[in-house]
Ligand binder design. Structure first.
Ligand SMILES: Cc1cc2nc3c(=O)[nH]c(=O)nc-3n(C[C@H](O)[C@H](O)[C@H](O)COP(=O)(O)OP(=O)(O)OC[C@H]3O[C@@H](n4cnc5c(N)ncnc54)[C@H](O)[C@@H]3O)c2cc1C
Length: 542
């Protein structure tokens, strides 16, 4: 049963939210909220693993250097050092909690991943995220101080007169509630769904960033999105990643006419760096396809010896087979896809945002560890290391009084928003995807602003955007329609924020490529900052 007040509310039940809830002092009454079921999150989908310095041949200095190099000059060195130095403790804690990482001769097995100079990635087969999340979820259910609230959609932060966070406004069973908490922790994950092509699950609609923005929190580096060059593109199938290793073994990228096009764009062809291959595919699709937002190219594994495919890629064979592609007989349809959002809600080493009593952790936060580009396997690690910081959370009681609900019923109609929900990610993919330029960004911003206005005029928007604090409202609309409405509200804000940030940064760096400003510029070695409707830059901390 939903309570009217908690000590702490954690919004999100992926790796960051679950680990945070477990680390919070057990005397606090914790509400752990997810808009879906606990099992559905990007964390659950993570494949490769978690980076940590475990091997005596490795060193924290090397892990720090690899992370800074990937971050292309925008990492916060203190945050990276903090991440790397606390990694091993978190891994040992996960093992104690019961996570069964793969072992080699009874030692934790470590693998090498792109841009890591040592073998330091822990894994549980190629479903590491599931292995971690399922154990964390089990431990959470054992804890009496944590109440899990699923199918519960957080709409907004509830601020007091001094603009401090005093709780949230949420939708539970088709009813709006105002719930008090002395601290609110946003662990809402990434925002890949704002792009037509993404590896992220349906829950990744950037809600935390949009919610924090509306509350007036400082956001940072929102233009930086990592795109993966080859994700499976089959109608109805998730954008399953087809690992770089497949191209390393000799797979060819071909278009629908069978032309091996990667060499038209770079002398290294399929083996050029990840962002170069992504751009080659993107540009080729723009040139050759009539509907580029949903078009694909193909990855042909047949140049690789059959035994090698069988030995090296059993999971890829299996997943492709499930979606009707026999990799031994036909090429896999693939396209680049938005994979990871480096930017987010600005936080310090203790996860504090710029709003008192409001915290952020995991992919929704911008701690400074990823800079302009994330080093593979550092993101699950970030969820854990920063989640562990909540062990020492001290609450400052504000008014913890429960709310006396004033109940009312709103008689409002739900208008279909399906068309806009489909059109928005297509526009963002075309304008703020792999390649960006001033003209396209400008016209996309104007379009999104128009859509925001239209959306705010909907009868349901008129009710939900102008809610009165404390007023509990019953809506005769299904929970899933209300969630669709809330996600579109957030996606429109997220689209606007990414487009405007991408327009501001007139250079190319890490996950942000401007075809009209293709070089990395020293004067742009700064963060982009958004607070309310003001965009500015801030120096990085060396
Ligand atoms: C296919 C794939 C493979 C990956 N592989 C790796 C890997 O090998 N290693 C690695 O380090 N990283 C990997 N990543 C990235 C990593 O998985 C994510 O960065 C990380 O899991 C994010 O965790 P999180 O807890 O911040 O968010 P998530 O795990 O996405 O959880 C978000 C939670 O917030 C909830 N939520 C969101 N909005 C609301 C709202 N309004 N109200 C209530 N609840 C809400 C959701 O329901 C969900 O429970 C991968 C990502 C993908 C998509």
């Amino acid at each position: 049963m939903l309570q009217s007040a908690y000590d702490v509310l954690v919004v999100g039940a992926g790796a960051a939210g679950l680990y945070t809830a477990l680390c919070l002092p057990s005397q606090y009454r914790v509400g752990l909220i997810t808009k879906d079921s606990v099992a559905r999150s990007a964390s659950d989908w993570a494949q490769g693993g978690i980076a940590a310095v475990i091997d005596p041949q490795d060193s924290t200095d090397l892990h720090i250097a690899d992370t800074l190099s990937a971050g292309a000059g925008l990492c916060d060195v203190d945050a990276v050092t903090f991440l790397v130095e606390h990694a091993a403790d978190c891994i040992h804690n996960l093992v104690d909690l019961g996570v069964a990482f793969d072992r080699h001769h009874n030692q934790l097995a470590l693998t090498l991943e792109a841009a890591h100079s040592r073998r330091r990635v822990l894994h549980a087969a190629d479903t590491t995220g599931r292995a971690v999340v399922s154990v964390l979820a089990e431990r959470v259910l054992e804890r009496e101080n944590i109440q899990t609230l699923d199918q519960t959609f957080v709409l907004d932060i509830w601020l007091d007169e001094q603009n401090r966070c005093q709780g949230v406004c949420l939708i539970h069973k088709s009813q709006v509630h105002w719930i008090r908490a002395q601290a609110v922790i946003l662990a809402t994950g990434g925002g890949g769904q704002v792009f037509a092509q993404t590896t992220n699950p349906a829950v990744s609609t950037g809600d935390g960033v949009a919610i924090a923005h509306r509350a007036g929190a400082l956001l940072r580096d929102l233009e930086f999105v990592q795109f993966h060059p080859t994700a499976l593109t089959k109608p109805g199938a998730p954008r399953f990643l087809i690992s770089e290793a497949v191209r390393g073994e000799g797979a060819h990228l071909v278009d629908r006419t069978g032309h091996r096009f990667a060499f038209d764009y770079h002398p290294d062809g399929e083996l050029a760096p990840r962002d170069v291959v992504s751009r080659a595919i993107f540009n080729h699709i723009q040139k050759t396809e009539s509907d580029p937002a949903s078009a694909n190219v193909f990855l042909d594994l047949r140049p690789i010896p059959v035994e090698t495919i069988q030995h090296r890629f059993p999971n890829i064979i299996q997943v492709c087979q499930k979606w009707g592609v026999d990799v031994f007989k036909e090429p896999i349809p693939v396209a680049p896809a938005a994979h990871y959002w480096m930017g987010g809600i600005g936080t310090d080493l203790e996860n504090r945002t710029s709003i008192e009593n409001l915290y952020a952790v995991g992919e929704t936060a911008s701690t400074g560890v990823h800079g302009a580009n994330r080093l593979a396997s550092n993101s699950l690690l970030e969820c854990l290391v920063f989640g562990a910081q909540f062990r020492s959370l001290q609450l400052e009681p504000i008014s913890a009084q429960p709310v006396e609900p004033i109940e009312s019923i709103a008689d409002v109609e739900f208008t279909s928003i399906e068309q806009l929900r489909a059109a928005l990610p297509r526009l963002v993919w075309q304008s703020a995807g792999i390649s960006r330029d001033q003209k396209t960004l400008e016209s996309a911003i104007a379009q999104v602003e128009l859509w925001q206005q239209e959306f705010s005029q909907l009868p349901l928007s008129q009710v939900l955007i102008n809610l009165e604090p404390k007023k509990s409202l019953k809506l005769g609309i299904s929970a899933s329609d209300l969630r669709d409405w809330g996600e579109l509200y957030n996606l429109l804000d997220v689209a606007h924020l990414i487009l405007k940030s991408a327009q501001l940064r007139t250079e190319s760096r890490g996950g942000h490529y401007r075809s009209d400003f293709p070089n990395t510029l020293e004067e742009w070695q700064v963060h982009t900052i958004v607070q309310e409707e003001k965009w500015s830059t801030a120096p990085i901390r060396h």
